[in-house]
Design a protein around this ligand. Structure first.
Ligand SMILES: *Cc1c(COP(=O)(O)O)cnc(C)c1O
Length: 352
């Protein structure tokens, strides 16, 4: 606390990201990073962009990247926004679209950045409770409200919604923007991008951090009808005209174009996820059905916090959220096949 802080800054409750320890080597299964590394072509493109050209500002509209992304979804560049990580894109979207009065709706168990943005922009929010099994009854999303944000698949549960459910939310709330945060969609859910032409209130958010293994590069996207993208551009150009540097633009474009790397690595993650889920269930864990690159798991015999501490002693980090409904659950990111096996060996030993 400082006497120089504005009342707004005093009231903020910042998001707390997962730990990035520097003191000793941990097996990091705590922040949903992709263990397979970025596309070699992306790394090559980043190296090639490192030179005297860095004295020049980057393309403020990220034209090449947006064109490549649009092409993949059968959209136009005017349907695509690019920002410095999808967290920034989400923040701009809350700022641009959720100020119309009333509360922003999102699930009681979901990405904890959403309430943080609401505080930052002075927006009220209302939690929509997930069912006992953490599934989502989308009929509970109906106005009046200021807007809706749904993570699909949800985080930290990993549970996906199908497109019919997303479309039902869009139809029931035609007068507010519905943000679908698809950070994990490439690991087994279906993107709502195909619904964009028919729904002027849909904004789909993607990130390069998870399925393209570029969390360190900070690139995120929004897809929506041009009037929504223009709103985001107005916010961006009132904040930072150059959110993506030259290295990020070069790396993201090459990663986007390397379809083979993307497909082989995400399929590997899905296979390792399913094997790790079976392994954990065989040890007596309850594991939620995940379409993401992580599992949410709970054991009837040992408290989550005890398992968390015991894993840490063995050099393995997983994520625990101090939040009522998931206090006895751990979120475990999917590592390589070897790393998943190491996690299973450690939990087996802890339970013994
Ligand atoms: C990881 C994550 C993001 C943000 O990723 P960036 O690294 O900022 O692109 C957004 N939403 C959810 C649900 C996430 O888990």
């Amino acid at each position: 606390m400082s006497r120089f802080w504005s009342p707004l800054v005093q009231s903020l409750v910042p998001y707390v990201p997962g730990e990035q320890p520097k003191d000793r080597p941990f097996l990091k299964l705590n922040t949903n990073e992709n263990p397979h590394g970025p596309s070699p072509r992306a790394l090559e493109a980043i190296r090639a962009a490192t030179g005297d050209g860095l004295r020049l500002y980057p393309d403020p509209v990220a034209g090449d990247l947006r064109a490549a992304v649009a092409d993949r979804f059968g959209l136009t560049p005017a349907h695509v926004f690019a920002g410095n990580g999808s967290d920034e894109v989400l923040a701009h979207a809350f700022n641009a679209f959720f100020g119309g009065g009333g509360a922003v709706l999102f699930a009681d168990v979901t990405y904890s950045f959403y309430p943080t943005y609401c505080r930052l922009y002075g927006l009220a929010h209302r939690l929509i409770p997930l069912s006992e099994d953490f599934s989502c009854d989308v009929t509970m999303y109906r106005g009046p409200c200021a807007g809706i944000v749904i993570a699909n698949p949800n985080a930290p549960t990993g549970i996906p919604l199908n497109l019919m459910a997303i479309e039902a939310v869009l139809r029931a709330n035609p007068d507010v923007v519905v943000i679908v945060d698809e950070a994990y969609v490439d690991f087994g859910a279906e993107t709502a991008a195909s619904l964009i032409p028919a729904h002027d209130n849909l904004l789909v958010i993607h990130t390069f951090s998870k399925s393209r293994s570029l969390a360190g590069l900070r690139v995120g996207l929004a897809l929506g009808q041009p009037h929504l993208i223009e709103g985001l551009v107005r916010v961006k150009d009132s904040f930072n005209s150059y959110p993506l540097g030259r290295l990020a633009l070069a790396g993201a474009l090459a990663a986007w174009q390397d379809r083979d790397w993307f497909d082989s690595t995400r399929k590997q993650v899905m296979a390792d996820r399913d094997a790790m889920a079976s392994g954990l269930r065989a040890q007596g864990f309850e594991v939620l059905p995940s379409a993401a690159n992580f599992l949410l798991a709970s054991h009837h015999r040992l408290r989550a916090e005890a398992i968390l501490a015991a894993l840490r002693e063995r050099g393995i980090l997983v994520r625990h959220f101090r939040q009522d409904r998931i206090r006895n659950w751990l979120r475990i990111s999917v590592g390589t096949t070897t790393e998943c096996a190491a996690l299973l060996a450690a939990t087996a030993e802890i339970l013994r």
